[in-house]
Design a protein around this ligand. Structure first.
Ligand SMILES: *Cc1c(COP(=O)(O)O)cnc(C)c1O
Length: 223
């Protein structure tokens, strides 16, 4: 039987081979193992295989799983990759180490206020709606420069990079290229893009973090 640990190993091999193929420095791409919907018993073998960087998309779900796993394993780094409501900022700052989904001024301010209160300065990514899809979260490409400036200079967030989720029905390359371009002109070194189906492509376009779920944990029962 193929285990999650086997699939983790395959994904890591793929990442290394993509780094070589696309002339990226070895080790320049970090793997975020997306464990949403999977319970502690499904996550533990992946921790035992050495993975320490994980992504979750719901604050409540993460709060139910990760405190126990942090007791068992040292050095866990947990990334919030799903939408955030400002009334969950307190829990988000207490539970996560990196936030990928800053997408409006209200959230930026709520996060900063909580970070000050809790004495935790978390690295943040700005989510960009590269496909300008009405139902999708994220800042429109033309508004990103101003929003990054406000988050840094007025709110005082530690903005490290940009994140996107391309439209499901389009080739992702164009979106990845756009995100890389916007990150470059804003002097942002981190680019969070690429999921199970397209992380290789994303590495070709400069991803520094890929967010891979089902290719490691298997098919989810719900999205
Ligand atoms: C679920 C999710 C992923 C991982 O998706 P897979 O296709 O399972 O790799 C990546 N990014 C975000 C924002 C997600 O919600």
């Amino acid at each position: 039987m193929v285990t999650a640990a086997d699939r983790l190993s395959d994904v890591k091999t793929e990442i290394r081979s993509a780094e070589t193929e696309f002339g990226r420095a070895e080790g320049s791409v970090r793997l975020i193992a997306v464990s949403k919907t999977f319970d502690i018993d499904a996550i533990r073998p992946v921790l035992e295989a050495g993975q320490r960087v994980f992504g979750e998309n719901r604050v409540q779900e993460a709060m139910g799983k990760w405190p126990a796993l942090r007791q068992e394993f040292e050095g866990i780094e947990l990334h919030l990759i799903g939408p955030l409501q400002s009334n969950k900022a307190k829990e988000a700052v207490a539970t996560f180490d990196v936030i990928h989904t800053v997408d409006r001024p209200k959230i930026a301010k709520a996060l900063k206020a909580e970070m000050v209160k809790q004495g935790r300065d978390l690295p943040c990514f700005i989510q960009v709606n590269t496909g300008e899809e009405p139902q999708k979260a994220g800042i429109a490409p033309k508004d990103v420069d101003g929003f990054v400036r406000d988050c840094r200079d007025e709110v005082g967030l530690d903005v490290v990079g940009l994140m996107c989720i391309p439209p499901v029905d389009e080739a992702p390359g164009e979106h990845f290229a756009l995100l890389e371009k916007i990150a470059g002109r804003n002097g942002l070194s981190e680019i969070s893009m690429g999921m199970s189906s397209d992380y290789r492509v994303a590495i070709g376009f400069g991803a520094t973090c890929v967010r891979v779920g089902s290719a490691i944990f298997g098919t989810r029962d719900y999205p």
